[in-house]
Design a protein around this ligand. Structure first.
Ligand code: BG6
Length: 490
């Protein structure tokens, strides 16, 4: 169905995510004709709003986000609001009445997406009321979209999962990892499986190491309260970074179906060499930013940020070396690093191939540059292949050259926005780019021993990297020990 007919019920409709991502994405889908007139959006939150005041709020946020003037009253007329008291049964009954009314008005066949874009405390309460008050019993389909954090560790994730599974089956649950909606993350699979030249080399015989960097220039902004209890390991590694590892390392799926792809990804996550408490120090590095200069601006250190404990032990940077113990990858390190307040905003994957068996050009070229395949995820989107060629004019001297493909040179912005694609996928019932419970569980199992060690040992060297830098020195040493180094991001 190219124009799915559904009501999107957004819990947390007055929050940051709805404002920055969801409303603009819905608008773009509408503009592109991917939503017909048979859709509605019902905003749900605690604070009071009338439909009218909610509509003008939505209008403003979309205008701000898209930098366009929005004049389409017809579009806005699809938006409704319900002020919810999350623990009050009656409040759900009223919501159900509103949904039924809206469905009649727009001829929507009972298809409902319940999108939880809010603090996780109420996930369980809300989902159980949705079922007990009959909001999930419609003539159409019902789906649950759930934002991170999906638990704090394996145990709490399991509890949360059991709670929501009382009301929704696994097939109805769409767990968001917005990295899976990014154009170039989706491209990893195509680059690997649609090209004859990479797949034969994609293993431990020809690849020396793989490096994944996701650096940010922003600090914790106004999320100190959440972030200080989370840290970079839970915020970025457990989900986004491990998902990219899984896509890079998985076996070719039998078919491009949701189940086939997910089951290959899960196998990778299960093959990650588990960290014992003693391993953590050898394989992982944590960092926390101090004051510094980011893109020309003086900024405060993490411990001085709003709602952050002035003695905080929370990491804002993680680097790690992951080993995948299977036939394809035995012996190949996957290095990951991610952090706040770094030099630049960039997500990149560098696949470093092994050196040629011997350097024939040693008389003129001391080193032959290794071949690299660089996948640029953001802000630029593309692929660069680093090869060697003859330096022109000079006899048999080699020089590195680059073959570049740019996916998005014109405006440098992710188009379409990840959320736009994910929302549309969910409306069409395609769960491929959402995380299955088995992936979530395997990721927490890997990450938990690391957070346990870090929670129980004070990082005496914090803050250990300056804002605006590429992280602590130890992150460089992690690769130096293996005879490698981080490839520069540009
Ligand atoms: C989110 C994290 O999941 O991803 C944020 O909670 C982080 O802390 C963000 O800033 C990064 O996403 P992107 O798309 O900007 O790379």
């Amino acid at each position: 169905d190219v124009q799915p007919k559904a009501t999107i019920v957004i819990f947390g409709a007055t929050g940051d995510l709805a404002k920055r991502k969801l409303f603009p994405s819905i608008y773009k889908l509408y503009q592109k004709g991917k939503l017909a007139e048979q859709f509605a959006v019902v905003g749900v939150a605690r604070r009071p709003h009338t439909d009218e005041s909610f509509r003008s709020y939505v209008r403003e946020t979309i205008e701000e986000a898209t930098k366009q003037e929005l004049i389409d009253d017809k579009f806005i007329s699809h938006f409704y609001y319900h002020s919810l008291d999350a623990t009050n049964t009656q409040s759900y009954e009223q919501l159900n009445e509103l949904l039924t009314r809206v469905e009649e008005q727009f001829h929507i066949p009972g298809n409902r997406i319940f999108y939880l874009a809010m603090a996780p405390e109420f996930f369980g309460t809300i989902t159980s009321h949705l079922k007990s008050e009959g909001l999930t019993a419609t003539n159409g389909w019902t789906r649950l979209v759930i934002e991170k954090p999906f638990g704090h560790d394996l145990q709490s994730a399991q509890r949360l999962n059991e709670e929501i599974r009382q009301s929704f089956s696994e097939e109805q649950i769409f767990r968001i990892d917005h990295y899976l909606g990014k154009e170039m993350v989706q491209n990893i699979e195509v680059i690997r499986f649609a090209n004859a030249i990479f797949e034969p080399l994609w293993n431990n015989r020809f690849i020396a190491n793989i490096q994944i960097t996701s650096s940010e220039t922003l600090g914790v902004e106004d999320r100190g309260r959440y972030y200080d209890h989370s840290g970079a390991l839970r915020d970025m590694v457990q989900n986004h970074m491990l998902q990219m590892v899984a896509l890079l390392a998985m076996e070719p799926p039998i078919k491009l179906t949701t189940d086939d792809i997910r089951s290959e990804k899960v196998k990778v996550l299960r093959a990650l060499r588990p960290m014992t408490h003693d391993d953590v120090e050898t394989y992982f590095v944590r960092g926390q930013y101090g004051r510094g200069i980011v893109r020309g601006q003086q900024v405060v250190g993490y411990r001085e940020e709003h709602s952050v404990d002035p003695n905080s032990n929370t990491e804002t940077f993680v680097a790690g070396k992951l080993m995948i113990d299977n036939f394809r990858w035995a012996g190949v390190p996957f290095y990951i690093r991610t952090g706040k307040r770094m030099t630049e905003k960039s997500t990149k994957i560098v696949v470093q191939f092994k050196d040629v068996p011997m350097n024939l050009y040693y008389r003129t070229s001391e080193h032959v540059h290794p071949n690299l395949l660089v996948i640029h995820i953001q802000p630029d989107e593309g692929i660069t292949l680093h090869l060697n060629a003859k330096k022109s004019g000079e006899s048999m001297k080699t020089t590195p050259i680059k073959l570049d493909y740019c996916n998005n040179c014109i405006d440098g912005i992710n188009t379409p926005e990840a959320y736009e694609k994910l929302l549309y996928d969910c409306m069409r019932g395609d769960a491929t780019n959402f995380t299955h419970w088995d992936e979530v569980a395997a990721s927490w199992s890997f990450v938990d021993p690391i957070s346990e060690v870090w929670a129980n040992t004070k990082a005496v060297d914090f803050p250990n990297y300056e804002a605006g830098s590429m992280g602590p020195k130890k992150a460089d040493e992690l690769l130096q020990k293996d005879g490698f180094h981080w490839w520069p991001l540009n």
